[in-house]
Every structure is written in structure tokens, then in C-alpha cells.
Design a protein around this ligand. Structure first.
Ligand code: NCD
Length: 337
């Protein structure tokens, strides 16, 4: 794909060669993300970071990524802080805000809305999650994490065995990840969810058409015993008709150290897009896993900065200039994580 000036709305836009390109640029961003070097390559550029749904990692890592490339960030969070709450259309908002920015990142509760917004925008728009539809940058950082975790064990993405666990109906991260896995070969996917929250049929048939083996189950333990990656997800309570209905499914699939020791292979990597729901009634990933070296959730979250830096550098066509505008940092940068 041509990255320069392109909206990043769906993971379906990417071919395998594009993924390789994003991952290579992400690798080259490590000295900057680890604060060993600074670059001014986006000095003067403005990111409009528009989040109309709660977000911690995605919003802040988009902003940090832009700052780390030397650019400035303007934030809008929540409808109540935007003229959308006065009845302004997405079209008008896009026309106006794209006049103030060089690139826009957007999260919105309605599926398809980020794409609609991009049609009226004069600058590239990156989808930070649109309802239960897609979360393309999360899928990229998830696959980048999978690739890094497997390569440290001498493996590649082809031949991956993964269990996706939890709310697979409303979870946009697993939807985008399924699309992405279709670009690879010989994948085994175990889909573990309550029947009512199962992966929509279109994703299952897409995986099967790509030649992948797909198992569908309501049981956790037999399905985490033969996988490289156990990818847990939160019940997406905000997408349910009522909280009472979401409560029915909380805590169905809990992973803790004793279940891990009893059922998982010794090197199974645990992932989660976060936030993990740590309330007692849910506790899908117990904190007793925090010292397990195969718990990759914080490495995964850190990778979000690298991937988002790579996307900004590619979309704004500065990937080849980042080092040219770089300096060493004068401050102590011996980071502990
Ligand atoms: C996810 C999201 O918002 O879809 N979080 C994230 O972006 N890291 C998953 C979730 O909220 O459960």
C-alpha cells in the first residue's frame, strides 16, 4: 500500500509486505521510544487526538508517539467537550478540525464513524477504534508483540497457535486480529467465549477460507493447553444493552498462575489488549501472573508506542528522515521498564 497521506481505517488495507514495513520502521523507533535519542522530525506538526470513548493506552500512546517524533498534540476527549454535543455533524467537525491538524487519530463508539469522518477530513485519519468494528493499530501492535515473543523462541508467525478468550462478539481488537492473521499461513485459532458472545461468523469463515484451523468452544482449560499465545479479553460492558446483562458473563474465564501451571505449556505467552478487568467479579487475568515472565501485557502496551510512531512516520513520509533530525539525550535515560 501507499502509506503517504493515507487514512488508516481498517486492517484489511494491509498486505503482508506492508506489515513487514511497519514492523521494520517500528524496530527503528526503539532508541527514541526508550529515550536514548530524540528526534525533531515532526517539529511543528500537529496531531488532533480525538477520543469520544474512554481510552488510556491508545490515546496516550498515540500522543506520546507523536511527541517522541517531535510533534505537538491537541486533545479532544468525550462528546461533552466537543461541539458534537451541540448537534454539530461529524462532517463539519472533520472539516474544521482537519484544518487545524496534520493528522487526526479518532476513537468513536459507532462502527463505521471514523471512516465517515475521514471522508470529510483534509488530512490523514487513523482509526483508534470504532465501536465493535475495528481497531487496526491494536491489531498491528498485537501481531508485532506476537512476532517478537515467538522470535525469541525461534518461531515465526506462520504456524502460530493462538487462543482468543472472552468477549469475541463485541471485542474489536480480536476482530482486527482475525483479519490480520488471514495474511499468514497455517494458523491454529481456538475461540473461547460464552456461546452468546462468540466470534461473528464472518471472521470465522474468513479464517477458515485462509486455510486456518478454527476451534470454537465454551471451555477454557482444554483450549489453553496447546497454544503459543493465550489472548484474553474484557467483557465489553459498554456495548451491552444493560450492565446486568454484561454481569452474566464476567468472570467466566479466569486465568491465574495455578491454572497456567496446570494447563498451559511452559512457554505460553499471555496477552491482553488491556484494560484487564481486575474487579473481583471479573478478574480475568489475576495479578498473581504479574511475575510470570510469559505475561506479555506490559511489553504489548509498550509496543503500541513503537507501532504508532511507525505509522505516523510512514503516513507523514518521514520514516527515512527520523535519524537525520536526531540528537543524543543529555538526561539520565536508564529506564527500568
Ligand atoms: C481495547 C479497546 O478499546 O478496544 N483497549 C485498547 O484499545 N487497548 C480493549 C478493551 O477496551 O477491552
Amino acid at each position: 500500500m501507499e502509506f503517504t497521506g493515507t487514512h488508516i481505517l481498517s486492517i484489511k488495507q494491509f498486505e503482508r509486505v506492508d506489515i513487514d514495513r511497519v514492523f521494520a520502521v517500528a524496530d527503528s523507533m526503539k532508541p527514541y521510544a526508550q529515550r536514548n535519542k530524540v528526534t525533531r522530525v515532526l517539529q511543528g506538526a500537529i496531531l488532533g487526538n480525538m477520543f469520544f470513548e474512554p481510552s488510556t493506552r491508545t490515546r496516550i500512546s498515540f500522543g506520546s508517539a507523536f511527541n517522541l517524533l517531535g510533534g505537538n498534540v491537541r486533545e479532544t476527549t468525550g462528546f461533552e467537550n466537543s461541539a458534537i454535543s451541540k448537534g454539530e455533524s461529524l462532517y463539519d467537525t472533520a472539516r474544521v478540525l482537519s484544518g487545524y491538524s496534520d493528522v487526526i487519530c479518532m476513537r468513536h463508539p459507532t462502527a463505521g464513524s471514523v471512516s465517515d469522518f475521514s471522508k470529510a477530513s483534509c488530512v490523514p485519519v487513523i482509526n483508534g477504534g470504532d465501536g465493535d468494528n475495528e481497531h487496526p493499530t491494536q491489531a498491528l501492535l498485537d501481531l508485532y508483540t506476537i512476532s517478537n515473543e515467538l522470535s525469541s523462541k525461534g518461531r515465526s508467525i506462520d504456524g502460530l497457535r493462538i487462543a482468543m478468550i472472552g468477549d469475541l462478539k463485541y471485542g474489536r481488537t480480536v476482530h482486527s486480529l482475525c483479519h490480520l492473521l488471514c495474511l499468514y499461513k497455517n494458523i491454529y485459532v481456538s475461540l473461547v467465549s460464552p456461546n452468546e458472545l462468540s466470534m461473528p461468523e464472518e471472521f470465522v469463515s474468513e479464517l477458515r477460507s485462509a486455510g486456518h484451523e478454527v476451534i470454537i468452544s465454551e471451555e477454557l482449560t482444554p483450549n489453553i493447553s496447546n497454544v503459543d499465545i493465550a489472548y484474553s479479553t474484557r467483557i465489553q460492558e459498554e456495548r451491552f444493552p444493560s450492565l446486568e446483562e454484561a454481569d452474566l458473563y464476567r468472570g467466566r474465564f479466569r486465568l491465574n498462575q495455578s491454572i497456567y501451571t496446570q494447563y498451559c505449556e511452559p512457554n505460553t505467552v499471555i496477552m491482553h489488549p488491556l484494560p484487564r478487568d481486575s474487579r473481583t467479579e471479573a478478574n480475568e487475568l489475576d495479578s498473581d501472573l504479574d511475575t510470570n515472565p510469559n505475561l506479555a501485557i506490559f511489553r504489548q502496551a509498550n509496543n503500541g508506542v513503537l507501532i504508532r510512531m511507525a505509522l505516523f512516520a510512514l503516513v507523514l513520509d518521514v520514516a527515512h528522515l527520523v535519524d537525520k533530525y536526531a540528537d543524543d539525550v543529555p538526561w539520565f535515560s536508564g529506564r527500568g521498564c
